[in-house]
Design a protein. Structure first.
Lengths: 210, 164
């Protein structure tokens, strides 16, 4: 859940990259880190096994320039995709403001995609975060593998809600930036809609101008 | 997406409590982190590491240990202590949503940190209870979420991620 700090004039959002193991979640964050100007991002933190598989999470903080006197910060996380790390995924999804589901387009990975999506829905339910109200975008990754399934077929199975989707080849960066922009845009718009739906609040002391 | 807001008066009260903790236990720094890994506030010596990465790791560390506690049949481990060669870290839960992290070195002792943190947590709980009791309807007052300013943020997104 977003944290608005009137004192530091910052709003912090949490976005999690979710999906099956070896689907390209870490590759996405690695690419974003390498190709984003340093003034917009911090260091990439990766907790991984000796085999370079994500053990707990990857973390990349992103900070946009000041707009209207406020700064928006996005904390990008990945989760470990292997099924044995379900407890870790539950921890990382806590307080999430948006999700990027990174699906593997390989023809032999569809069971993994479906299982991961079911796991996502189940874990969000456990956190009382209905998918309906949560910004969610899809990335159809590995579009370059032989026999990659058509996006229409992937969407038919994995995206019945018609959320935004972006094809990608994360190892080369294709579609990575489009995906992250799409996700962050969705988070901002959802936050704006929620703000617009709230009744005006009494002014707090800190908001009274002398 | 349930959101939270921190006003200046909230921050002021919390900072006073944290400063009191640092003054009485000689710790170098104190951070408040939420369960999602967001940094709420820090006090004390400005560290030379990434505070936001630190906050995410603190939350993950605490959450992982909470899961371990549950496996052992405990509700949770309310306190974690990490002792290094020079720097040490004391983590404790303030309330179900907030974790306090105190960074200290050999200028103080674990016993003194533990004693002072206990009082500090009690005061912080009162601060956060006042905060959570207040209606959380301030989001509409954030000027940046005027549609025109959202457009400004989207331009910033292009600047940040537009180059490949």
């Amino acid at each position: 859940m977003a944290l608005v700090n009137y004192f530091s004039r910052e709003i912090q959002f949490k976005v999690v990259y979710y999906g099956p193991g070896l689907g390209g979640k870490t590759t996405n964050l690695t690419y974003i880190h390498a190709h984003t100007p340093p003034q917009y991002r911090g260091n990439l933190v990766s907790l991984k096994t000796q085999e370079e598989r994500t053990l707990f999470f990857d973390f990349l903080p992103v900070s946009l320039g000041e707009v209207g006197g406020y700064r928006a910060r996005f904390h990008l996380y990945t989760v470990p995709g292997q099924m044995i790390y379900q407890a870790s995924r539950r921890v990382i999804l806590q307080g999430v403001d948006g999700v990027v589901f990174v699906a593997d387009s390989s023809p032999d990975r569809q069971d993994g995609n479906r299982a991961s999506l079911r796991d996502l829905v189940r874990t969000l339910d456990a956190h009382k975060l209905p998918l309906r109200g949560l910004p969610l975008v899809y990335q159809w990754n590995k579009r370059d593998v032989p026999g990659a399934l058509p996006v229409e077929r992937l969407a038919g199975v994995l995206n019945p809600w018609g959320r935004p989707a972006f094809p990608s080849v994360a190892v080369s960066g294709e579609g990575v930036m489009e995906t992250v922009k799409g996700a962050l845009r969705a988070v901002l718009h959802a936050f704006q809609e929620e703000a617009a739906a709230q009744p005006p609040a009494p002014m707090a002391e800190s908001q009274v101008r002398a | 997406m349930a959101n939270r807001a921190l006003y200046e008066e909230d921050i002021g009260a919390i900072q006073t409590v944290l400063k009191g903790l640092l003054d009485t236990c000689y710790a170098q720094g104190a951070l408040l982190v939420d369960n999602a890994g967001q940094l709420i506030l820090n006090a004390g010596t400005t560290p030379d590491f990434d505070l936001h990465a630190f906050a995410s790791l603190v939350a993950a560390d605490f959450a992982a240990n909470s899961e371990l506690a549950r496996l052992l049949g405990e509700d949770s481990f309310s306190t974690l202590v990490h002792q290094g060669g020079r720097e040490n870290l004391y983590l404790t839960r303030v309330n179900p949503r907030v974790i306090l992290a105190a960074v200290y070195d050999k200028r103080t002792s674990l016993g003194l940190v533990r004693l002072r943190v206990k009082r500090c947590v009690s005061e912080l709980r009162e601060c956060f209870q006042r905060l959570f009791d207040r209606r959380q309807q301030s989001i509409a007052d954030v000027p940046m979420f005027d549609p025109a300013l959202v457009h400004g943020l989207e331009s910033e997104l292009e600047r940040a991620f537009g180059q490949q």
